[in-house]
Structure formats: structure tokens, C-alpha cells
Design a protein around this ligand. Sequence first.
Ligand SMILES: NC(=O)c1ccc[n+]([C@@H]2O[C@H](COP(=O)([O-])OP(=O)(O)OC[C@H]3O[C@@H](n4cnc5c(N)ncnc54)[C@H](OP(=O)(O)O)[C@@H]3O)[C@@H](O)[C@H]2O)c1
Length: 312
Amino acid sequence: MAAKTHPGGTFAVGGDLTVTRMGYGAMQLAGPRVFGPPADHDAAVAVLREAVERGITHIDTSGYYGPRVTNQIIRGALHPYPEDLHIVTKVGARRDANGGWLEALAPEQLRAQVEENLRDLGLDAMDVVNLRNPGQRGPQPGSIAGPFTTLAELQQEGLIRHLGLSNVIAGQVAEAQSIAPVACVQNHYNLASRGDDELIGSLAAQGIAYVPFFPLGGFSPLQSGTLDAVAEQLGAARMTVALAWLLHRSPNILLIPGTSSVAHLRENVAAADLALPADARAELDAIGSLACRGAARCARFLLLSGIGGVAG
Ligand SMILES: NC(=O)c1ccc[n+]([C@@H]2O[C@H](COP(=O)([O-])OP(=O)(O)OC[C@H]3O[C@@H](n4cnc5c(N)ncnc54)[C@H](OP(=O)(O)O)[C@@H]3O)[C@@H](O)[C@H]2O)c1
């Protein structure tokens, strides 16, 4: 049997949890507005199986996608899981009956979410749980000590191997690190939304993974004439180029692009093999300084579409 390839190479999350740098984000497998079941359940299963077939060993999910829908599809498609597959979830939010996003950060709510993720995914312990800090226009400032301490307690109980953070600023990372080790940070970042440039460097120096959400622009897909021109020059799809740029950006960046399409998944995985010449990289780097309004555009979309304070 041919040796399995590791798309994008690998990174050891928390020092001992080896995942492929090219991962997969499962949010797109739920229904519209990340609510309810997908229109085509079999297509969702096919995407997950293709991801594993392509060598991906990192899947990002949450119990509040659907809610519970993506976790149940993941279990149905992939359980019993390959030994090298690692599923990362996030907690801190819940959905109301209309799909609205509500905070859920009380100790008993966090415990219930971790336990529900474990049940739905068919696991005894989660490899990584991210604490999702609220905020739709960017991270909500303030202390995260309370909820992070609760997750650290669940880690002590053996329900969680590694802890991560999502939608946070540098001060919140430092605060969490005074409570328990932080293995990864999942924030909004892509070619056009570059607010975390400094944070990425400081996390890299500490061996902490940085996992951009909305790597392709999320609800508001990346649009850039420069990206299109570079893609044409390289003979690659625009999203392949956008992901290749992230892989080149810093060795601690792990990708979790989301898609409900096998064809798109293949384009995304192709980023792992796309060489970016220095001149192409320089052109792409410049997009950030010209178009760093991606976060605001996305926040506006979330507001307009009724996706409330803790989307994602
Ligand atoms: N921590 C957080 O707060 C947070 C927030 C948001 C997301 N996340 C995580 O991050 C992951 C990635 O974010 P995301 O899925 O929201 O956004 P994304 O990866 O930036 O973009 C997904 C969108 O791009 C489209 N797409 C994917 N591949 C494509 C391709 N090759 N060509 C053209 N279009 C393509 C998808 O549509 P198709 O389905 O048609 O391909 C979908 O509309 C999520 O799955 C989730 O796990 C976390």
C-alpha cells in the first residue's frame, strides 16, 4: 500500500498532537446559516471521506454547527476513526430555536457542551477544545479566566487533551496561559484580513498553532484582482493560491478551509503542493495593506444575515 501523504506537512499541536497543516473545517456541512441538516447528506459524507482519503488528519467542528448536525455527520462518515485523525471542537455558544447564536459560557454550560461533543462524535476524550470568546466584529475584550478555568478543570478530569482559544486578542492569550497551556489559537485571518500579523509571530515563537477561520473569506468569499492575476499566472484556482499563501505565511499556521463540495476540497488540498515564487508572494502580501477591511465586511454580513454575537 502506498504511504499516506501529509498535505502541507505536519505540526505538533501542544507539542505532541501531530496533525497535517492542511485540515478541513466542517461548518459548511450543516444547512443554510449553519442551521439544520444539509440539503444533501450523502454529499457531506463524501466530502469528509475524501478529506481523510487525501491524507487530512485535522477536522475542525463544533456542537453548535447545526446544532449537533456536523458532529453527527462526522461520526456517521468516519467512525471508527483512523488512528491519526484528530477532531477539534469549540465551545462557548449555543443556538436558539431560530438558529440565533447565544453565548453559553457558564461552567455547567461548558461541561454540557464538552460532554455533548464527546457523545455525538463517539469519543472518550476530545483532542482539542477551543474556548470561543464572543464578539461578532472581532474579539470581545475582557477576562476569559472564568470559562477557561472551567475547561482547564475538564482537562484535569481527562475529558480534553489540549486547550485552545478562538476569537481572542493577545492579552487574553496571556491570561489563559497563566491558567493552563494554550495549544492553539483560532482567529479570523486571511489574505485580506491581516489584523493578527503580530500575534501569529508571537505564537510561532512559542510553538503555538495559529488556525485562521474564514481562510477563504468565509461568508464573504475573497475577491481580489491581484489574487486572480496571480492565480492565472500560476495556472491555479484562486482559492488554491489564497490557501498556499497562508501555508507560506508562517509554519505554525494550520488550515481548516470549509467546503460542502468534493471538487472544492480537491482545489483546497492542492494548495499544499503549490509553490509560490517570491514575486507572487510579494504581490499577495500587498493585498492585506490594500484590503484589510475583510473583517468589517464579514461582520456586516453576519449582522445582516441575522447571525448574532458568536457566529462560528
Ligand atoms: N472559531 C470561529 O469562530 C469560527 C468561525 C467560522 C468558521 N470557523 C471554522 O473555520 C472553518 C473555515 O471557515 P468557513 O468554512 O466559515 O469559511 P472559509 O473556509 O473561508 O470559506 C468557506 C466558503 O468558501 C467556499 N469555498 C470553499 N472552497 C472553495 C473553492 N475551492 N472555490 C470556491 N469556493 C470555495 C465554500 O463554499 P462551498 O461549500 O460551495 O465550497 C464556503 O462558502 C469552518 O468550517 C469552521 O470549522 C470557526
